[in-house]
Design a protein around this ligand. Sequence first.
Ligand code: FAD
Length: 444
Amino acid sequence: MKSIWTETASIPRRNPLPGNKRTQVVVIGAGMAGILTAYYLQRQGFHVVVLEADRIGSGQTGFTTAKITSQHNMIYKKMEKIMGKETARLYGKANQLAVEEYGKLIRANAIQCHYEKKDAYLYSVKESASLLREAECAMGLGLPASFEGELDLPFQVHGSVRFSGQAQFHPLEFLRDISAGLTVFERTRVIKVNGHEVVTDRGVVKADKVVFATHYPFVNVPGFYFAKMYQEKSYVLELEPVKPLHGMYLGIDSKAYSFRSAGDKLLLGYGSHRTGKLSEESPFSVMKRLGEHLFPGTKEGGKWTAQDCMTLDGIPYIGKFSGSRPDWYVATGFGKWGMSSSMVAAKLLSVQVAGKRTPYDRVFSPQRHHPAASAKKLVFHGMESVKGLSSGALPGAVNCPHMGCRLVWNRYDKRWECPCHGSSFEFNGKISSGPAQQSIPFID
Ligand SMILES: Cc1cc2nc3c(=O)[nH]c(=O)nc-3n(C[C@H](O)[C@H](O)[C@H](O)COP(=O)(O)OP(=O)(O)OC[C@H]3O[C@@H](n4cnc5c(N)ncnc54)[C@H](O)[C@@H]3O)c2cc1C
């Protein structure tokens, strides 16, 4: 699959791991989370090795819409109500600092990555009351929020929440430059981790500390991330030419759209669903129709999909991988907000690996427990997994190599998908994204 980013940036190739090695920290995965974490760890003086199964940025980071914002949909009012004002404040502050850190990093290193400051907007075509409440709550938490009316979108909205001073960029141009001084071994898949030994298909790396930045952790036990995370897929369509939009936009109504510009292209996003649970109509057809209606005279460009990990309470898991593995760390569950969350992960993990603490640790801790925020999703996710597992036992099922759930064919995306944990495979069975780590065995 190709995206506007994979088509317009090339990151120099790195060699595979040449044999066994010793280092202080191994980071597994060279997406936005892994590369930023390695960067900040190295800046603190750690000797770091990054191991990547494929290429730098070849995972979900190559298929994002790359809005850098602390505006993560309508979360703040809900988070404040269920998890308390202090948790909501710390979550917002960590992400807002992350947004600002990108700007500083890009300026300090003169990184050419089409970085542009833009305001981020949530809009509704149906109502304004909840937007007003969200804006007031976000303001009260110290975020750069306000309630607004009209937008530069070609339809009427009832209201919007603006977060000022946010940004957008080209994620692969950014990764190309920020990874330049790091030791990265590509085409090196980690098979298992035994304590401090990271076993790959090219050799073993011994490390004092191990960071899992593989999008979805592939180790099932300990950690049990398969029981507390599922994945959601969304679809992106390019339209061109479209006059660059003033901001970045996300609708909050059901079946709403996401909009951002990239030069004279418009990136339209739509059609979120649990991976493996398809809608009746192709999201690409729906977006094509919308494009013809709202932006007449434009032509369809590239189209692609991406998916992200959703946690039970909506907050990423960043911190210790498990109580029983004190030297393992994890960054996952970004809920489709992995640009700012990767930066949060990098900043927190680079402090934690050095044996220190931050005021944000408890908010993002993978060992946290918010029954009020997660109980409903836990039950629903459990039921979906049981359904997928039991249908995996039926004759003729194509099963996922991760835990044996029955795979579903996504006719819009031309992939096999696992409705339990979201692993996906190309039409020929080749592994596309985890937690599964092998291709489907029925095809070479
Ligand atoms: C449609 C869509 C739009 C989005 N838009 C935005 C947006 O506008 N703003 C925003 O903030 N977020 C957005 N996101 C979310 C964001 O794209 C992701 O959260 C982010 O890219 C995840 O980065 P990552 O580093 O965790 O994962 P990845 O980029 O997937 O990196 C993980 C890496 O680990 C490697 N790996 C896996 N297993 C192994 C192994 N065993 N050994 C070695 N390497 C391994 C993979 O090959 C991969 O390269 C969007 C998500 C979707 C679905």
